[in-house]
Design a protein around this ligand. Structure first.
Ligand code: MV4
Length: 438
C-alpha cells in the first residue's frame, strides 16, 4: 500500500482524506497557504508544507509547488480532493511524469470527459441516452442558429469546457439566439480560455440525478446508486439526498446500468459521477461525467456503508474491487445540507449537533479563520434515517442544534428549506428554490 499521501486540498475534504489515510495506516502530508497555517488540515496531517500566499493561483492551484512538496516529502501519491486541481488533466499528467500516483482517473480520461461535447459523443456511441442536440461544436452564430432551429426551441447553449453553469445560456426563440450565443461564448472564453460551444434541447425544470460509480484498474465497474441534487441555486447545490424520491426501482436499475456503461465507454478508473437530467415524463439523459470525489459523496456512504475515499485509495494502489454489483446493498435514506459562510471572518463559537445517524464533515473549530480567498462551504451536515421522513426530521433537529458565532451563514435559510411543506412532501425539481425562496 502507499506509504505517504499528499493531500492537494484544504478545508473539510482535506480533513476527510487525512482521516481515511490515518485509518489505513498511511502517512499524510498537508499543503497549506499562508492563510491556512492554523487550518485544521494543516494541524491534523502528519507533516505540512507551506506552498505559498493565500491566493489559490499561488498555492492550491500551483502545480509546480505542490509537486515539489510531494517529491521533497517523499509522497508516493497525491489525492486532489474536489475543486482546485482535481479535474486538471495536465496536473494528473505531471504527477505521472514525477512517478507519483494521482488518485483519480488517467490524464487522458480527465481531458476527454472534461470536454462535454466530446463526452456526449462518446456516450451516445456507447448507447447512453444524451439530450437531443448537435454532434459537433458550432463555429459561429449562423451555424448555431441553423442547429437550434433543427433541434427546436428552447435550446441550451453550453461551453464545451463548461460545467457548473458558466458559459451556459437558455435561448427560447430565434430572435434571442445571437445575443445568447455571443454572451455565452464571451463568458466561456473568459472562464476557460476556450470558446468552443455546443447546443442541446433545453429540458425544462428537470431533476438533477447523478450516479456514483467505482471502477478498478482491472476492468471492473459498479454503481453505488444515485444522489438527487435538485435543490440548487445559481448552480450551487444546497442539499443532496440518496436515494432519489423521484425514481422507481425499475428506473434506478436502468440508470445504474447506464452509468456503468458510461464509465466503461470512457475507460474510467477510480471514483466518478455520471450526471443525468430526469424530465417530467421520466426520461433520463446523460449530461456530463465528473472525474473527482464529490462534495456530496457522504450521502452515498451513509446508505451503502462504504468509505469512498478508502475505496479510491485501494483502486489507485491497483487493488481489484472487493465487491460486485450484487454485493452492494442500500439501506435507509441520507440527506446532506451545505452550510456556507456569507462572509470571511473568524468563527468565534461553534456548537455542533450529534446523535444517532448524524454526521458532521467540517474543518471548523471555535477560533477557525475563514479566509476570503476560497470556497464558502464550511460545514456539511449529513443525516441518515430509516426513510426520507425520518431523515428530514433528523436534519431539522440537527440544524436546530447547530450554532455558529462570528460569521453570517445560510443556516437559517437551510432550516426554512427543510421545514418547507413542499420539500417535506418531496421530491422537488431544479425549479424549487426559485419558486419557493425568491
Ligand atoms: C441542462 C439543463 C436543461 N437542459 N441542459 C446545470 C449545470 C450543468 N452541469 C448542466 N446543467 C443543466 N443542463 C439541458 N440541455 C438544466 C441544467 C440544470 C439547471 C439549469 C438551470 C437552473 C438550474 C439547474 C439545475 C440543475 C441542472
Amino acid at each position: 500500500m502507499f506509504q505517504k499521501i499528499l493531500i492537494a486540498n484544504r478545508g473539510e475534504i482535506a480533513v476527510r482524506i487525512i482521516r481515511a489515510c490515518r485509518e489505513m495506516g498511511i502517512k499524510t502530508v498537508a499543503v497549506y497557504s499562508e492563510a491556512d497555517s492554523e487550518a485544521l488540515h494543516t494541524l491534523l496531517a502528519d507533516e505540512a508544507v507551506c506552498i505559498g500566499p493565500a491566493k489559490s493561483k499561488d498555492s492550491y492551484l500551483n502545480m509546480e509547488r505542490i509537486l515539489s512538496a510531494a517529491v521533497a516529502m517523499g509522497a508516493d501519491a497525491i489525492h486532489p480532493g474536489f475543486g482546485f486541481l482535481s479535474e486538471n488533466a495536465r496536473f494528473a499528467e505531471l504527477c505521472a511524469l514525477c512517478r507519483i500516483k494521482f488518485i483519480g482517473p488517467e490524464s487522458g480520461v480527465i481531458a476527454k470527459l472534461g470536454n462535454k461535447s466530446e463526452a456526449r459523443n462518446t456516450m451516445e456511441a456507447a448507447g447512453v441516452p444524451v439530450v437531443p442536440g448537435g454532434h459537433e461544436p458550432v463555429r459561429d452564430v449562423d451555424e448555431g442558429r441553423v442547429l437550434a432551429e433543427k433541434i427546436g426551441y428552447p435550446v441550451m447553449i453550453k461551453a464545451a469546457l463548461g460545467g457548473g453553469g458558466k458559459g451556459m445560456r437558455i435561448v427560447r426563440s430565434g430572435e434571442e439566439f445571437e445575443a445568447g450565443f455571443l454572451n455565452a461564448r464571451r463568458e466561456a472564453e473568459k472562464a476557460f480560455s476556450d470558446g468552443t460551444m455546443y447546443i442541446e434541447k433545453y429540458i425544462e425544470n428537470p431533476r438533477h440525478i447523478e450516479f456514483q460509480i467505482l471502477a478498478d484498474e482491472h476492468g471492473n465497474a459498479v454503481h453505488l446508486g444515485e444522489r438527487d441534487c435538485s435543490v440548487q441555486r445559481h448552480h450551487q447545490k444546497l442539499i443532496e439526498e440518496a436515494p432519489s424520491a423521484a425514481l422507481s426501482e425499475k428506473q434506478r436499475e436502468r440508470m445504474g446500468e447506464t452509468a456503468v456503461r458510461a464509465a466503461k465507454a470512457a475507460g474510467y478508473t477510480n471514483a466518478g459521477t455520471v450526471e443525468f437530467l430526469l424530465d417530467k415524463s421520466g426520461n433520463f439523459y446523460f449530461i456530463e461525467m465528473n472525474t473527482r470525489i464529490q462534495v456530496e459523496h457522504p450521502v452515498t456512504e451513509m446508505i451503502t456503508g462504504l468509505d469512498l475515499v478508502k475505496e479510491q485509495i485501494r483502486i489507485a494502489w491497483g487493488e481489484p474491487l472487493r465487491f460486485s454489483q450484487k454485493d452492494i446493498r442500500f439501506s435507509g435514506h441520507a440527506i446532506e445540507c451545505r452550510i456556507n459562510a456569507r462572509m470571511a471572518g473568524t468563527v468565534t463559537g461553534l456548537m455542533l449537533p450529534g446523535g444517532c445517524g448524524v454526521r458532521v464533515d467540517t474543518a471548523m473549530y471555535a477560533g477557525s479563520r475563514i479566509p476570503p480567498d476560497y470556497d464558502a462551504m464550511i460545514i456539511k451536515l449529513i443525516v441518515r434515517g430509516g426513510d426520507r421522513a425520518e431523515a428530514v426530521k433528523k436534519m431539522q433537529c440537527a440544524l436546530g442544534e447547530l450554532g455558529i458565532e462570528g460569521v453570517e451563514t445560510n443556516l437559517e435559510e437551510q432550516y426554512a428549506v427543510f421545514t418547507h411543506p413542499v420539500f417535506e412532501a418531496g421530491p422537488v425539481d431544479t425549479g424549487f428554490m426559485e419558486r419557493c425562496f425568491k
